[in-house]
Design a protein. Structure first.
Length: 83
């Protein structure tokens, strides 16, 4: 009787250990998926941020170019007025 009870306890212990190991494997897999998704999202956000920064720089350069053209046109106008 004791032997049967001990076997039953061992069997339950083994089953519990197996369930824990399966849960650990599943948790690791879920972690890797979530990690991969987080990395992908971070990369997408980086790309979006870089694109926004590039757009801002391009707009600033365009504005500088316009200011240089306006200044040159004013200078040309002033020069032609003096003649």
């Amino acid at each position: 009787m004791k032997k049967l009870a001990a076997q039953q306890v061992q069997r339950e212990k083994d089953e519990g250990q197996k369930r824990l190991e399966e849960a650990l494997v599943k948790a690791r897999e879920e972690f890797l998926v979530e990690k991969s998704e987080a990395v992908q999202k971070a990369r997408e956000e980086e790309h979006a941020t870089a694109a926004d920064e590039a757009k801002k720089v391009a707009q600033a350069e365009e504005e500088k170019r316009k200011q240089i053209i306006l200044a040159a046109e004013k200078e040309k106008q002033v020069s032609s007025d003096k003649l």
